[in-house]
Design a protein around this ligand. Structure first.
Ligand code: ATP
Length: 448
């Protein structure tokens, strides 16, 4: 039903509320603040789902995952689905909604919530709040998920929709808030986020590893829960923020059950968000000569310089496509993915998905499709002496061999065999522990 749910409410003029850039690496989380917004309007219902929208992951001034949040509040109508619990109150997502409440009052309340919760003393925290009856154009979302955009562009979008908005400090948060409102999902996923009791914030999280594995196995529609090889619980952050964990899935219906399977610390509240996580929305297919810094690209090319492991355990190689050549990297945190990359040889043809780092200019690989493996003949034995049949010795001169027995000299004639390759044609991706928020895991690729 969720698709129906989404399409219905979009044309209705309920107040859209959007927030961004309220947290810092030292604490808080804008998703938590959004649940506070919902909590502050007990007379209003959530229409559709609250939205957790990830934007350009290569923006240097992001705090962590470049997330922006929005929600549509009004008087709910039609079918409803439970999507969360806050302070004992069940929260429902309504199929449809009608306008309710005073937009100016809603705006003032949201601004005061940001003033209460945002981490203003962090130089990187520059909150933005938007309340609007109309959505900005969807092209703004595509720009903000794929490239750097300016604050002026965001403000002109907001002006054209007649939105109420407020930016704090350098006001950069208005960019994300506007982009979150501009998102019309083409591909979508869901995330159930469970939050901790206030007194637990900043303390180690208690999550039973076995129960995470059980949840991962029992709910195949979820993804990026657990890294089996690296024994890493991926649902839980490692920052002092209010999040206990987040479970991602391609469908929202079993998320509450998946959440109940995870054992450990009790949550204070939970909420299901609609998201562009795992959609590859940031990826643009490009020729090498057109790649720019801070973008995420899909490029096809032939391996030019073979992989080399540099200090720190990073693996670097380069590909060319006739328009240019680019260095590509599988960094140390990508763990066993580096072993796959090390198998590449000159002449292999690959398609790479990755983020572009500007300095040094490198493609940081997230996913790789091997399209063609080069056949390479390698020497397995020196030639045999044509007279006595013994193995000959290399003279040290290019391609010449001498028989120690008979003194005969020959050029070439080595026994060759095809190089055995440790990889096959097909898809490879970084392990769960190194997954980026927007990257589509291979597991869900056919499902989106
Ligand atoms: P968290 O994931 O912990 O919520 P974050 O990583 O989302 O934090 P923010 O604190 O939101 O980081 O900082 C990102 C900042 O970059 C925001 O101010 C946002 O408006 C801005 N921003 C997002 N996308 C773009 C873009 N494409 N161009 C320019 N600025 C952007």
């Amino acid at each position: 039903m969720h698709r129906k749910l989404l399409s219905c409410f979009q044309s209705i003029a309920v107040p859209y509320i959007a927030l961004d850039d309220t947290d810092s690496v030292k604490g808080m989380c804008t998703t938590f603040l959004l649940t506070e917004v919902i909590r502050s309007f007990p007379e209003l219902d959530v229409i559709g789902y609250p939205r957790l929208v990830r934007l350009n992951p290569n923006i240097p001034w992001k705090t962590r995952g470049n997330a922006a949040l929005s929600v549509f509040l009004g008087k709910g109508m039609g079918n409803r689905l439970k999507i969360g619990e806050i302070g004992g109150r069940e929260i429902y997502s309504y199929e449809k909604g009608r306008d309710y409440g005073d937009v100016g009052e809603i705006f003032n309340t949201v601004v005061s919530l940001v003033e209460k919760w945002a981490v203003f003393d962090d130089e990187k925290t520059n909150p933005g709040v938007v309340v609007s009856r109309r959505k900005p154009s969807q092209s703004f979302y595509w720009k903000a998920v794929r490239s750097p955009v300016s604050l002026e562009d965001a403000i002109s979008e907001l002006e054209s929709t007649g939105a109420l908005y407020k930016g704090f400090k350098n006001k950069r948060g208005l960019i994300g808030a506007t982009a979150s409102l501009s998102w019309r999902p083409r591909k979508r996923t869901y995330e159930l986020i469970a939050y901790r009791y206030r007194e637990k914030w900043g303390k180690p999280r208690e999550i039973d590893e076995k129960s995470v594995v059980e949840m991962d196995r029992k709910f195949p529609e979820t993804f990026d829960n657990y890294d089996y090889r690296n024994r890493y619980i991926a649902i839980s952050p490692h920052t002092p923020c209010p999040i206990l964990y987040g479970i991602r899935a391609v469908s929202p219906y079993n998320l509450e059950n998946a959440h109940r399977t995870v054992k450990g610390e009790k949550e204070e509240r939970w909420m299901i968000f609609l998201s562009n996580q795992g959609t590859d929305d940031n990826m643009v297919r490009k020729k090498i000569r057109d790649i720019r810094g801070y973008e995420s690209v899909i490029v096809r090319g032939t391996v030019e310089r073979e992989p080399e492991t540099i200090e720190g355990g990073h693996v670097i190689f380069s590909i060319s496509d006739g328009t240019g050549i680019v260095d590509c990297a599988a960094y140390e945190p990508t763990k066993e993915f580096r072993d796959v990359v090390r198998e590449l040889i000159k002449g292999d043809v690959v398609e790479l998905y990755g983020g572009v780092r500007s300095e040094p200019f490198t493609l940081n690989i997230e996913k790789m499709r091997v399209l063609h493996l080069e056949n390479r003949m390698v020497k397995i034995h020196n030639p045999r002496c044509p007279k006595c049949g013994k193995r000959m010795k290399s003279t040290g001169r290019d391609g010449y061999y001498r028989c120690r027995n008979c003194g005969i000299k020959v050029k070439g004639g080595e026994e060759m065999e095809e190089l055995k390759r440790g990889i096959k044609e097909g898809w490879y991706e970084v392990p769960v522990c190194a997954r980026r928020h927007l990257a589509t895991p291979l597991k869900i690729m056919p499902l989106l």
